[in-house]
Unconditional design. Sequence first.
Length: 236
Amino acid sequence: MDRRAFLLSLSAAAIACRRGRESSTLCFAAASTTDALTELGRERAVRFSWGSSGDLARQILAGAPAELFLSADEARVDALEKAGLVASRRDLLANRLVVVVPKDSPAKLASAAELVSLSKIAMGDPATVPAGTYGKQWLERAGAWSGLASRIVPTLDVRAALTAVEGGAVDAAIVYRTDAAISRNVRVAFEPSEQPRIVYPLAILTRARPAARAFADYLESAEARKVFARHGFAFP
């Protein structure tokens, strides 16, 4: 193949790739839904952008071309709704918090008060990450936040908190039950009995095309619910 033909083939491939991306649904989703949505989006024309719900919501407010937004909390979707960017919404999933430690850790923990025996505890940044916001709410209600605030290591999202405890960088992490379920390198020290209400709303954004709306409907189907349940999610 001569140089001209080679360049033409590259150009054609780039155009085809761009058209493929433009025709697929772009779904912004909380990091904690990565495994379940990856499975559900397989063989479907859907692209995902993962991250903390706070960061993803800011990107949408700034004009990111998302059509769907699966947030790990309601406040972020409320903000987008007030900005006129949400066509409709539905509460799709529910979750719970757990405290995890490295699999070989000798720590025996059963309550928030006992976390003071640890030096470093990872959790999503409460300012931007819903898992961190929920974690702080739980610790405040348990009367333990003031004694633990200096030991908290804030992370960019909940999966980063899980990675920190997997690698031994911290003594424990506050994550979702669904995150703990995917790791072979941590164990659940305990699951708080008193939990904040953790709901994942799915927002259909105003720019959503019919294919995006169809995928949103699929996520509520019996088939999709089986996948979510297998990954540890509950339903509101």
